[in-house]
Ligand binder design. Sequence first.
Ligand code: MRU
Length: 345
Amino acid sequence: VEPVVAVSWSPDGRAVRIIDQRALPDQYVERDVSTVNEIRDCIRTLAVRGAPAIGVFAAMGIACVMQQHAELPREEFDHVLDASAERVRASRPTARNLGWAIDRLLAGARATSGDALGAAHVLRRTAEAIRAEDRDMCQRIGEHALTVLPNDAHVLTLCNTGALATAGIGTALAPLYLAHARGQRLHVYVCETRPLLQGSRLTAWELGRAGIPLTLLVDGAAPALLRSQRVDCILVGADRIAANGDVANKIGTYGLALSARHHGVPFYVAAPSSTIDGATASGGAIPIEQRDPNEVRAFRGASAAPADADAFNPAFDVTPQALISAIVTDRAVHRPPYDFSSVAA
Ligand code: MRU
């Protein structure tokens, strides 16, 4: 079974086709997106989510939007491009890949003189390159990460870091797809990932489709599972990696890392170079998205708390580099002390 394609060009090339991840696992719905408002809405509501996927989606989406303006005088085209890019950039703050992809797209256009039609073509080619490179980086992350996995690995993961979160076979899930394809035995423990259930809704769906054996657990069960010594390592993704190796990732990652240290379980992070933010010295400076408290109080319309209960709902937390055994990128398995100066994109 081929992994799903989270983001692609629509058949006529005028829109970006997405898998609407809000509907999974109950329904498989594809949608075509071609306006700035739709792009923003898809990113904010997690129809498209996962750090690499939102960067790829933003670049492809803006390229489609700008194709609709290719008849404008160049100066007006550039104004619309800048305004569109800034609106998409502001849709979610934590994932480094979003700003990285938009900066790369804008740099491509700025380096092009001539009319708007030419600039629109450059945007499309740049977006396609971002998509293709992300797919290749997933493959290389998988190869590097395989070198730290034992045979018959029992791996614990959080959130969704697979095909749904990238343009390829994922980041932390990439070595698991590769191991399975090569006939290696493995077992994946999937943390549910409250409040939006990316683990149980998306990772369990993806791995299940691929025939990879898995066990679901509620997030609070992870420390007890680690104590049982049934887990060889923890493998998670990243939304932004600071220059010193501190990692922002899905809320709950920090607790897993603390627990892993206590129980002597290796804790690995896997991410493409586009997630490394060389300009941010350490995790304290990473912007953490705070989401609507209603996500904690209810799920898909069913209440889970008194409607007036106060709720704390950060989407991400920061794991200090001291708790991380290694960071696997498309370039290498990086060990502390971290030095990404030759890697950061
Ligand atoms: O809020 P989400 O679902 O976009 O959060 C995604 C994560 O935290 C992933 O673990 C991270 O982006 C790595 S994705 C390969």
